[in-house]
Design a protein around this ligand. Sequence first.
Ligand code: SF4
Length: 433
Amino acid sequence: MKLLLHCCCAPCSTSCLPALRGEGIEPDLFWYNPNIHPYGEYSLRSDSLIKFADNENLKLKMIDEYDLRVFLDAVLPETGKRCQKCYSLRLEKAALAAAQDGYNAFTTTLLVSPYQDHDAIKRIGFDAAEKYGVEFLYRDFRPFFREGQQRARTAELYMQKYCGCIFSEEERFHQKGKKQLNINIDEHPKKEAVPANDDHIFQRLELITGKEGLEKLKNTKVLVFGLGGVGSWAAEALVRSGIGKIGIIDSDTICASNVNRQVEATTLTIGKSKVRVLKKRLLEINPACEITDWNELFCREKASVFDIASADYVIDAIDSLPHKLDLIETVCGAGVTLFSSMGMALKIDPSLIKTASFWKTTDCPLARLVRQGLRKRGFSSDFTVVYSAEKPLHAKDAASAPCEKPANGSVVTVTATAGLFLANLVLRDITGL
Ligand code: SF4
């Protein structure tokens, strides 16, 4: 196959090349990256790719234009959605070059990064391919990321410190500020984290599940609706349990009153989108996990967005009653296995958390309301729930938090336990343990 490989930088190209060569493909390289600023940084990266092409004896085609204005015209004023526009600019140019120069297909090294929006790159790649009448060779190169970065260091290729554009450089500046703040608070700052050897992160799990079980977990897709005190822990436990594909869905931003019980909530993440913060954390745990995030609230009208029928399991950790009813009906209607969390507010004893058939729960006010709501809708199917058999405590007065929703007291020891129970239901169902 005659393949044109769009290269975002030399280290990512180092990661992708062995995978392509493993398939017997010797690509030609292509450089067009108007997203890299300022010019000094642009030169360092383009020179480094020239060095990589020389080292590997590969042909390199360069559109060596420092197109800062083209980039800004594409991404302004909506800088919040800039990455997708940035991918389009680069992939369309690659598709056009591939079509004009008689290549069978093109692909991109952007597909190796666990920090980019992988699904968006895939979609935009296929769109560009259709537009220019050339094939897009989609590959998930992410499992090769860390090893490639190591090889690039050894080859003394230039290793960039930020994604590329001035906005990503600004974000790095703010991150540095936060790190500095941590160092001031912590008199014994921790050493830089050492990336794990990806082959070994599930070693202890495999001793329980065996190779076959681990493989099944890797091939399983789970959707987690609601990333509060229950759902966020369920998502974390699923990724730590080797689930290969996960969708996380929540429309909220993090607020101060979430910090006592939600994985993604810390004093440094207040004001940020829950799904974005959690996705970043989950990718740090397992960069090879395919994670799709939706900053959305589930409702029946939007159900098709989440492609529920393609999932093996759905975890319902939604607390809003109408949306919970919609989700239960939709998932059961699609014939997908549902594990649903009932109410964990105003409970203090994690040892009273149980799993049961939905219709057999006791002492759970939320389950009672869900039963009433579902009966009214004529729903009678069964599914498994995690609930607390503890009688609810009486709420005490507390200073009101600047969250919009009416608040109920809850503790992490209970909510996290419920989340772990939900993840464990998935784990045991898949492995049969
Ligand atoms: S952060 Fe990276 S991918 Fe997003 S716009 Fe900037 S350079 Fe492009």
